[in-house]
Design a protein around this ligand. Structure first.
Ligand code: ATP
Ligand code: MG
Length: 304
């Protein structure tokens, strides 16, 4: 069952009197229990994709096209958990308020549900911790609270923006396990944004690779990450140092992504690409991550 469908999302930002199209036709779908992983370098548009889907664009950014259809509600876990919690409220009261607004529950029922949610995301001694203020909690605990808060609205799909980037490896694994549990138990759909291929590999069923405001490759995770077709995806995977590989194996991608002011309708990766040829200057549109079919926007996709 499709819980979220996003078609041809376009977002512009205004910079020096000019409107720059920072998201250019981003399409994807998420079904119940499924995790779509969105991966790409800094600035490619991952956060704006989630924010535009959620309808929470930052000031200065506007949606100029596209459609978002969500069967059940959406909730978002922000990269910075400070941003989603109210520093002046005890975390339990904050979650309880959300529950009460959502369900029209009594104060006592809201509080009980808040403690239940904190327990479900592995907060030890949830009754006591529910009375803490955000600044009294560690980063890992705060991130759990942010997830509990997102789950309090009983969403169909959870949008997670780098939910583990600020955490150490052990906590990172714990949070990812927790999100996996919510998917299995509630049939929650998930969109997980990360710049970290290793995180995406661990969790995602379907992967969308973003570059310069477009999805340039998408499909089942084992195919996209195991047999990447786009030279950018390959470079991104090779840039990840492997623990079991030869020591020091780490190949950063030469060059930098273009600034949105220089986005064109040609292949935006071509200036950095070893397979570049004249045909790459033709129109190369982004591709949709709509179903399980493996696709790449590279015109060479069959040849290399
Ligand atoms: N509030 C804003 N005002 C102006 N430009 C913005 C704003 N937010 C994002 N941008 C620009 O839009 C583009 C996409 O930004 P976005 O934050 O979605 O990237 P990202 O892939 O999430 O990067 P990161 O991995 O660093 O979080 C970038 O060029 C960025 O500079
Ligand atoms: Mg971001």
């Amino acid at each position: 069952m499709t819980l979220l469908q996003v078609d041809e999302l376009r977002v512009a930002i205004h910079r020096r009197e000019k409107a720059l199209l920072v998201l250019d036709g981003v399409s994807f779908a998420v079904s119940a229990g499924q995790c779509l992983g969105i991966v790409g370098e800094s600035g490619c548009g991952k956060s704006l994709t989630l924010r535009a889907t959620m309808g929470l664009l930052p000031r200065g950014a506007v949606r100029t096209g596209g459609e978002v259809r969500a069967g059940r509600g959406l909730a978002m876990v922000f990269q910075d958990s400070h941003a989603s919690l109210d520093p002046t409220m005890r975390v339990g009261s904050f979650i309880a308020d959300v529950v009460r607004r959502r369900r029209g529950a009594s104060r006592a029922a809201g509080r009980r549900r808040a403690v239940e949610l904190l327990a479900a995301v592995g907060v030890p001694d949830p009754d006591l911790r529910s009375r803490a203020y955000p600044h009294e909690l560690s980063g890992g605990m705060r991130q759990r609270v942010a997830i509990a808060l997102a789950l309090a609205t009983d969403p169909g799909v959870l949008l997670c923006d780098e939910p583990t980037t600020a955490l150490d490896v052990t906590l990172q694994a714990e949070i990812l396990r927790l999100l996996g549990k919510a998917r299995a138990e509630r049939g929650l759909g998930m969109v997980l944004v990360s710049h970290d291929v290793a995180v995406i590999r661990q969790v995602a069923d379907v992967v969308a690779v973003m570059y310069a405001g477009q999805i340039i490759e998408a499909g089942p995770a084992p195919e996209v990450l195991g047999r990447p077709r786009h030279p950018y995806t390959r470079a991104l995977i090779e840039a990840v140092p492997t623990l079991d590989g030869p020591a020091g194996r780490f190949r950063p991608i030469p060059g930098a992504p273009p600034d949105p002011a220089n986005y064109t309708s040609a292949c935006r990766f071509s200036p950095r690409c070893g397979h570049r040829e004249a045909a790459c200057q033709g129109v190369v549109p982004g591709i949709p991550a709509l179903h399980a079919r493996h696709r790449s926007s590279c015109i060479h996709e069959e040849a290399i």
